[in-house]
Ligand binder design. Structure first.
Ligand SMILES: *Cc1c(COP(=O)(O)O)cnc(C)c1O
Length: 361
């Protein structure tokens, strides 16, 4: 038998979440964002479950090639465009839709000998200052691209820095309008947070990522409240029980000490499986975890292959008791918040060594 840790993926949840996103933006077409191995869910598995999307968005040419090799004929948006002139040959042969966010990419396109012209996305920097053209450079880039034989269509695209936070989208949306005034083309602006909170951002193509995987983009609204279902459940078991006498520490550094006689469980899951080592585990605070369906907390410092849980409220827990680190019954958003990060980071970091349980839960 392998170590008892395993991950389950729920394809029906992916399909449900896609339907949920479509219902929120009924007039928009959907790029299902499957970058970073579909946020840790497995590129081909997720792409299959999200087959009814209008296209896939990612940023690694090798991942685009895997989708094509697996027979997916959907449009594929390359979120960062190409990195080297030679990449355009692959873009051309795989019929990808590159983002153009920098003058160097326009030059590469000007010099490319393509078999057929490409649909491209012109990235506008409306305030996030990550990628894209700003100021007069937007019009200059647009006009330069619109004269190229290599370009079939131009979609105007931007990305919001704080659609999930207090700043919102109004400022960036206003700057998108003024920067692109007079330019024809479809628009694509909305990530999950904008899709769910700001209908005025929907326009022609939306780009949901995290919502498809069943986590909330918002710190102040849960996935369940948004009717999103978790697509990844990370499970394990107790492999040992320790009786701690009052004052005894547990794990590296003794960051937790028993305040009374108590039982602690040792879980077969550690940072080499993708569970964050910076999860809290002092006497003051732990991360939430389910043991035999009962909510408890982590104690002590997460080790490479193991972590510890408080069994004070679980007198019948024993070796073999089921543990849910996140997923069904234990929202990944709550674990992430306890660890000072976001669900995205936990999902993407799931380690390749964790076996996938393909049986239906
Ligand atoms: C990752 C990404 C998205 C998806 O964002 P979510 O917050 O996961 O919905 C959309 N657009 C771009 C450009 C991205 O990089």
């Amino acid at each position: 038998m392998p170590r008892p840790i395993r991950v389950r993926f729920d394809n029906a949840a992916l399909a449900h979440n896609l339907a949920r996103v479509r219902a929120a933006a009924p007039d928009a077409r959907v790029w299902a964002v499957v970058k970073a191995n579909a946020y840790g869910h497995g590129l081909l598995r997720a792409a299959g479950a999200l087959r009814s999307a209008d296209g896939y968005a990612l940023l690694d040419l090798a991942e685009a090639a895997r989708l094509r090799e697996a027979g997916f004929l959907h449009p594929i948006l390359l979120l960062e465009g190409v990195f080297h002139a030679g990449d355009l040959e692959i873009v051309d042969s795989l019929r990808l839709t590159p983002v153009i966010h920098h003058c160097a990419q326009i030059e590469m396109l000007e010099h490319a000998a393509l078999r057929r012209p490409l649909d491209i996305y012109l990235k506008v920097n409306s305030g996030m200052n990550r990628l894209g053209f700003k100021g007069d450079a937007v019009h200059r880039a647009y006009h330069r691209l619109s004269t190229l034989a290599q370009v079939k269509s131009i979609t105007l695209m931007t990305h919001f820095a704080d659609a999930d936070g207090p700043t919102g989208v109004a400022g960036q949306l206003a700057s998108m309008h003024s920067l692109t005034a007079g330019l024809d083309g479809h628009w694509s602006t909305a990530n999950s947070a904008a899709i769910l909170r700001y209908p005025q951002t929907h326009r022609d193509w939306i780009r949901p990522g995290i919502a498809l995987y069943g986590a909330s983009p918002f710190p102040d609204q849960s996935a369940a409240e948004l009717d999103l279902r978790p697509a990844m459940t990370l499970e394990s078991e107790l492999i040992a029980i320790q009786d701690l006498a009052k004052g005894e520490g547990i794990g590296y550094g003794f960051i937790y000490r028993a305040e009374r006689d108590m039982r602690a469980g040792v879980v077969a899951c550690g940072y080499a499986d993708g569970y964050p080592r910076h999860a809290p585990g002092t006497n003051a605070a732990g991360a939430p975890v389910l043991v035999d369906g009962v909510r408890t907390r982590t104690i002590g410092r997460v080790a490479m292959d193991m972590l510890y849980v408080d069994l004070s409220a679980l007198p019948s827990a024993r070796v073999g008791s089921k543990v849910v680190l996140w997923g069904r019954g234990m929202p990944v958003d709550e674990v992430a918040a306890a660890c000072g990060t976001v669900s995205y980071e936990l999902l993407c970091a799931l380690a390749a060594r964790v076996p996938v349980d393909d049986s239906i839960a």
